[in-house]
Design a protein around this ligand. Structure first.
Ligand SMILES: Cc1cc2nc3c(=O)[nH]c(=O)nc-3n(C[C@H](O)[C@H](O)[C@H](O)COP(=O)(O)O)c2cc1C
Length: 408
């Protein structure tokens, strides 16, 4: 039932990243400025490494868009790697350059390095690390920005905020059910250097990152992604691969360094009783959930709502009209300035692992990547439900559905 398909390609120090997305209907406005804005958000965040100072990403749209609007044909994007100038021989596609760069032979624990060289029969770990690097996520963000831009036309908004870095946690807040509160939390987070809405926790997170930098260590953390304005009925309970919770979990888990994904209260549900976690159903013809714009007025759940949002907007793999809440845990960055022990793949002797210029904490950036992946899955489910080849066709289907919900 997949309507959107996308691929990324490119090595971290290669000439460029490329991406192709197919299944985007015609007539939607797309601009490279909007994509670049998202790319800048990914590049920010306290604790990033030297690489982010070199790269200032720009998305060049190569196809699928004419005069600012999608054509319905595949959209391809190119993001140049500014660092390429220093790697032209070392990362050349030309056989004549073979041997121009010393091979990497000491695999870093926590990376694809060792499993990758064994699987692909390489003698240089660079042949693995160049692609397993999270540089690839720049293209996911670019493609996700297209999905986001289209969803925003239907008043569906996607954001994120960081709730934990290392042991420093945001002040306790429950799974949010108000769209207004979520958007306010997001605004606050956007002003924080670590994208955390709690000012005090934000300062403590920065201090913790400083300590990790000094010690040559690294940090992980937890963030939340939310979607507001989502209509009831995206995804389906009828088949395992159509369940929206499963599709989102796979997309977010596929981001480098993600080790856990929860929906709504997630693992927190396990230690509570049923009466504490199920979201009681209420009905009000007038109840509008504080959203913005036309579709929120029409009420995404058609008059039905919930007192709480522990389910995180999904029941039975179907969106239930409440905000979608996804939480993910990121492990600490595996490349360490004070490297851990490893074994040279050629000599089999024990050495400390290789060090490549690296982030110390990338949780704020990872949250932006997860927004993009969530946007792509939600847009896919949206087009599946309101299918059509043009913006007008989709709008007709969407509006007819909302009218039906109101009279249900
Ligand atoms: C936005 C982002 C930036 C990252 N930056 C780095 C980095 O600078 N150095 C590093 O070693 N790992 C970094 N990682 C994590 C690794 O790419 C990841 O841990 C590694 O590829 C192994 O994959 P796995 O952790 O999913 O098993 C980053 C991840 C993300 C999402």
């Amino acid at each position: 039932m997949q309507t959107i398909r996308f691929f990324t390609s490119g090595e971290s120090h290669g000439k460029a990243l490329t991406g192709i997305i197919e299944g985007i209907p015609s007539g939607f406005p797309i601009s490279s400025e909007a994509i670049d804005r998202e790319l800048r958000r990914r590049q920010g965040g306290y604790g990033r490494g030297g690489r982010m100072k070199i790269e200032s990403d720009h998305a060049e749209i190569l196809s699928g868009v004419r005069w600012g609007k999608t054509l319905g044909s595949p959209i391809s994007i190119l993001i140049e790697n500014k660092d390429w100038k220093n790697w032209q021989e070392g990362m050349s596609v030309d056989a004549a350059c073979d041997g121009s760069l010393k091979p990497v032979t000491r695999p870093r624990p926590g990376h694809a390095d060792l499993a990758g060289v064994l699987k692909y029969n390489h003698s240089d770990i660079r042949n693995i690390l160049e692609r397993s690097s999270a540089r690839e996520t720049a293209m996911r963000v670019a493609l996700g920005a297209i999905a986001k831009e289209i969803l925003s036309e239907f008043d569906i908004r996607i954001g994120s905020y960081v709730i934990q870095i290392g042991k420093v946690q945001c002040s306790e807040f429950k799974v949010q059910s108000s769209e207004k509160d979520l958007l306010q939390t997001f605004e606050k987070a956007e002003k924080s250097p670590v994208r955390c809405p709690d000012e005090d926790a934000s300062k403590r997170m920065v201090r913790l990152i400083d300590k990790a930098i000094k010690e040559g260590n690294s940090l992980g953390g937890i963030f939340e992604v939310f979607v507001t304005g989502l209509p009831v009925g995206l995804g389906s309970h009828v088949q395992w691969d159509r369940k929206l919770d499963g599709r989102i979990a796979q997309a977010v888990m596929s981001i480098q360094a993600m080790k856990g994904v929860e929906i709504g209260l997630g693992f927190g549900m396990a230690k509570k009783s049923g009466s504490e976690v199920m979201d009681e159903i209420i009905f009000s013809r007038k109840s509008v959930k504080g959203g913005t714009g036309k579709s929120a007025q029409l009420l995404t759940g058609g008059g039905f709502s919930r007192k709480t949002n522990n389910a995180g907007g999904l029941e039975g793999g179907i969106s239930n009209g409440m905000p979608l809440i996804v939480r993910a845990a990121m492990k600490p960055i595996p490349t360490l300035r004070k490297p851990l022990m490893s074994v040279d793949i050629h000599t089999k002797k024990t050495f400390s692992a290789a060090y490549e210029r690296s982030d110390v904490c990338a949780v704020p950036a990872a949250a932006v990547v997860a927004e993009a992946m969530t946007a792509l899955v939600v847009a896919d489910a949206f087009f599946e439900k309101f299918g059509g080849d043009s913006r007008e066709e989709i709008e007709r289907n969407y509006n007819a559905y909302l009218s039906y919900l109101i009279t249900f």
